[in-house]
Design a protein around this ligand. Sequence first.
Ligand code: 5GP
Ligand code: MN
Length: 356
Amino acid sequence: MRLYAYICIVDARRLHELISFLAQPRRLAITTHHKPDGDALGSSLALCRMLNKMGHQATVVSPCDWPSFLNWLPGASDIIDFESAASVAKQALSEADLLFCLDFNDLGRIYRMGEVVKTLECPMVMIDHHTHPSAFDTYRYHDVSASSTCELIYRLALEVGWSAHIDAEVAECLYCGTMTDTGSFKFPSTTPAVHRMIADLMERGADHYKVHSQVYDQMGVHVLRFLGYCFSEKLRLLPEYAVAYFAITAEEVKRFGLQTGDTEGLVHYALNIEGVRMAVLIIDRNERVKMSFRSRGAVPVHEFARQWFDGGGHYNAAGGQSTDSLERTEARFLEVLPAFVNTWGEHMPPPLPEHD
Ligand code: 5GP
Ligand code: MN
């Protein structure tokens, strides 16, 4: 049975244990969630580069492919994709002395790779900011009030004396993940500490304009056409519930030639509508129907996703899935929505981020 040692960010003793383990060169693997986003890959590549600079042999293994607008991240070309290079990925995982699990907290989030990870004997370190962590880890650095896993990697680096390894490349990885997870420093999780970190990352060489341009200004024309189609044809407004949503069919995904990452951001537009408190994207990904939930204020979409759609995430940003058809998933969503809307207001607002 795996030793379960909860490390909260104030537990310096356990942190010391982990750092002692890293005092000699180790073979390390780093992984993150399925369809990794800017925070998932930014935090993984930042940690990987720091560990390699310290003399370890670290490798990032992704459960699957990622959006092409993240390919510029330093080290992205060395990531092993479990789906397209399964045997190389399995070897990297089985040879690791330690596995870092970044930006997720349940093995279900790494899909098929979870079956391999479950069989590993090595200790595992969870570094994450989502709610409801499962106990698969050996060491944990977890804080739901953190803006991003990148912020946690930065805090960890400062706490354990790795800050000299935050070079311009690491800084750009951390900048990228913090930027994408905070909606470009807009969400309430953007504390003064986040801005201080960003200032430090810029002083270490992060080119903020380059990062923003790489992530947001490389859109394929087909994506813009798809967005236009969604706005004019697909947006469904439920004014009585203050909800707006899109339901996208597999045929539409194919027709517009959508690739991984092309729908990122779509759900946010529905939340831009005046009066809307919850926005949802339901999309048929063939293998399963995926859902994205976003909300404003005291609307705990992570609970809704957990209760009805086998998902979870953050208070105001969560995801889920369904093995039903798109039509049945949409019908179920519309069926369970009124009861959820009725609970709004009874819920406490999301925990206020700590200001220091
Ligand atoms: P997105 O809608 O951008 O895919 O995800 C929003 C947030 O919810 C992210 O923090 C993501 O990691 C999390 N998330 C997305 N899908 C799932 C899911 O199926 N299960 C859980 N637990 N979290 C998810
Ligand atoms: Mn994140």
